[in-house]
Design a protein around this ligand. Sequence first.
Ligand code: ZN
Ligand code: ZN
Length: 273
Amino acid sequence: MSRRIADYHVHTRFSCDSDATMEAICRAALAQGMREIAITDHADFEPLDPCHGYFQPELYWEAVGRCRATFEGQLMIRAGVECGESHVYRREVAALLSAHDYDFVLGSLHWVDSRPAFDETFFDGLELGEGLALYFDELARLADQGEYDVLAHPDIIRRAVYRRFGLTELDLSPHETQVRRMLRIVAERGKGLEVNTAYLRKGMGEPGPSVQVLRWFREEGGQVVTLGSDGHRPEHVGAGFDRSLAMVREAGLGGLTVFHRRTPTRVLLAGGG
Ligand SMILES: [Zn+2]
Ligand SMILES: [Zn+2]
């Protein structure tokens, strides 16, 4: 893997759903040939979320400081955070981000009106099309009013779709107008999309969002893209990145973006534009 490729979505034991130490995650990144990684533990303010109230920023920052010292000169460690529903929990997110110099903020939509976007119960009482419309409508609100640098797994609804309907692919053509509207908002704010590879690991098909959506994003003026394994264990770091890089290229997006203190820098891909 190119040394310029970084995993911008990984979890450690500061997330409720991971046992991995930050050191182990950093060593895994080095073993993958990476020079940079963003550690993006969950900060969730939605009371229904399993990670609600779990994140302890002071302990997280202690570990970041320790790892930055341990891996100095080998690995650039970006302090990130994955904030759920930052358009709903604006005050809480603002307080969290003002206390430390985060490099990178992932904006996630895990919950829509108390429905979990990652679980089949999302579709209780809803047809596929109705559920998708509900999800992308709320994602547009997050895109517009939320605090984030990059939208994490913008098509996480695929997990619910897979679990309820067994589909590993999602043709969003019937929702093109609605999805493009959301993508235009992201692009106009100078924000980005993540290509998330966790679907591969979970047997739910290709990394997402699809080339179709990435192409729409480029056509709507979008440029900022990061890759994320959404790994919760060391062996997940960088998994599926060759495929997601190919998808980024296929969509005509010639580069990836890295962040320092929330300022984006574009890194061009070899052979890209
Ligand atoms: Zn997430
Ligand atoms: Zn995550």
